[in-house]
Design a protein around this ligand. Sequence first.
Ligand code: F3S
Length: 293
Amino acid sequence: MQVFLAEHAGFCFGVQRALDKVEEELQKNGDVATYGPLIHNPQVVERLAQQGVKVIQTFHEDNPNRVVIRSHGVGPEVYGLAEQRDFELIDATCPFVKKVQKAAQRFTEEGYQVVVAGDQEHPEVQGIVAWTGGKALVIANQKEAEALNLEGKVALIAQTTLKESTLREIALVLGQKEGLHLEVENTICSATAKRQTAAQKLVEQVDVMVVIGGHNSSNTKKLAQICREAGVPTYHIEKPEELDCQCFQGIQKAGITAGASTPHWIIEEVVQRMSDWNQEGTENKETVEQENA
Ligand code: F3S
């Protein structure tokens, strides 16, 4: 079996930057916390916990008073609370997420009804909505856009990890509504688009795809969705042990991609595991041939 890795896979700039900031803080002074799990990858969060990084949800006096804001960002109320309670914030909000937050705030101040295309349960989206004072509406798809009853000035922005095609579909639906002045700002991050395009390209050349990343990672789930929609059997895993060698029997070409919150060491472990099967397969074949000789 040949194993191919997508041209763009794994840690994006924003996630790497957030992790670097935590490590920098750890080196300066071990007492540091993150506001919520740093990234949607349990293995990385566990590794940080072993190094003493706490995950906090409140600015309680018992918590370390240096707190890293993760790449997903937070609403303005979190900055306010930290200041009130005298906590030092190390802001690792990804600059691309900051851009969406600023657009959301600006459009709201200019009197637009902000519509965020994305997942309302995702912390990035909740942070963006908070920058509109809670006024933004969140929709996930075309169908939800059709159901919206809007008029006047409307600004459509997107969660950074949204599929480009979803934003286009939503913009088309909103653009056809009468009595509505629509502004669309494409706030999708290029790291996500690059991973999605690379996965799309690779899936056309292989018999099976392995998508690595947190089961709670929105951009990883989207990569898996893209691969499945291409009609190729797809396994979404967090770690190499989840792969069953039986599923790869008779497979000639396997592709690997990984979400933006997947570290390179996990990707390498998966590549290694799959290469080991090749090795074992060759050894077993040689043993059978020797026994039959
Ligand atoms: Fe930032 Fe894009 Fe990554 S928004 S956190 S560089 S996926």
